[in-house]
Design a protein around this ligand. Structure first.
Ligand code: SF4
Length: 190
């Protein structure tokens, strides 16, 4: 005879909101707005990152280490509000349709797991749209949306709680300087 599955004793307390994610998170409306407006945000971010790169001499003069704390303070609040950012320090929003992959309960950075529900919601958080379903939707609105097809490296946990804005800027500045060294500008003679 088949065993009966154990049932909860009658009257046992069962919280109405049993999802740990939902207990700590706001509603998803702002996050979803950002994904719907991924093209606009892609444009804004392109300008913003150019401005940050323009300010590279300023960051350099003050010291990247010194500006880390105030920049991180702002980044955490702005991205926390708009994307529910978890400050992984290696931002790939531009490659994920402005949907933060760190909101995936499994923190998958290269696409969804096999548990996406038929309605497009997460298997772990039944009321949350799968961040990768949303990432694909967001990426379809973006000019460089095909970046979603790039394979992402594993998260470097040592970079948690650091500013991705500053690191991307420092990397871009270093790449620019290396390119300038590799191909010195041809001198024009009068
Ligand atoms: S990918 Fe990382 S840095 Fe970017 S929004 Fe998500 S947690 Fe924040």
């Amino acid at each position: 005879m088949a065993k009966k599955a154990p049932t909860q004793p009658q009257g046992a307390y069962k919280p109405a909101d049993i999802s740990p994610q939902r207990r700590v998170q706001r509603r998803y409306s702002v996050r979803l707005w950002s994904i719907r407006h991924s093209r606009l945000l892609e444009w804004v971010y392109a300008r913003f990152s150019s401005l940050f790169l323009l300010l590279h001499p300023v960051w350099n003069a003050i010291g990247y280490g010194r500006v880390e704390a105030p920049v991180k303070f702002v980044e955490k609040r702005v991205k926390g509000f708009m994307f529910d950012c978890r400050m992984c320090g290696q931002c790939i929003l531009s490659s994920t349709g402005m949907s933060c992959p760190m909101n995936c309960p499994k923190q998958l950075r290269n696409g969804p797991c096999g548990g996406v529900r038929a309605n497009g919601n997460c298997e772990v958080e039944p009321d949350m749209p799968c961040v990768w379903v949303k990432a694909w939707e967001g990426s379809r609105n973006m000019v460089h949306g095909d970046a979603i097809l790039n394979v992402q490296p594993p998260v470097d946990q040592s970079l948690r709680e650091t500013s991705a804005w500053l690191r991307v800027t420092a990397q871009a500045a270093a790449a620019r300087e290396a390119a300038a060294k590799a191909s010195p500008a041809t001198e024009t003679t009068p």
